[in-house]
Design a binder for this molecule. Sequence first.
Ligand SMILES: [Zn+2]
Length: 175
Amino acid sequence: MKMLMYDQVKHCVALLSSVTPLIHDMCINSCVAYTGPLLVLEACPECGEPHYNPIKLAVSNGEIKVTHQEFHTMPIGPQLQALWHHGDTAEHMWYCDIHTEQILAELDHCDGVISSYDDFFHGCDCLKAVKDECIKAGDAILMFSIDSAQLYQSKASDCWIYIWVVFNLNPSTGC
Ligand SMILES: [Zn+2]
């Protein structure tokens, strides 16, 4: 069997999962991403570094614009679709619904007392959201965790990192 190159593996994974990154240009010093009103800028408004590789720009008489650096975002929507698309992971995605039904049944049979509180789904806010039908069967239950990092001593926090945690999945599966 022929061994695939790294780029070929990335292409195959993207093809099979439909999970592809959103790619934006960014400053080589990580000051800004060239999105929205910054998209048209030829240089970074923070540090002045050129948006595009000046050598390639000069050689091509301004025709070829190659960014110094790219920023990749993996959107959560296609990742959730990929989880529901495969039989094994789709089965794991029902963990939230099955577990919540068991908790609600135990609450009904035990006068509102649960024998153990060992998961997110035991929380009264989550159970109320299910009872009020704000959370319905098959809904994605996500936790959004965000934090900032100060990259330069003299600046305020200027880099934000975030992750999504999919609570639908059974934590014991390691998905
Ligand atoms: Zn910059």
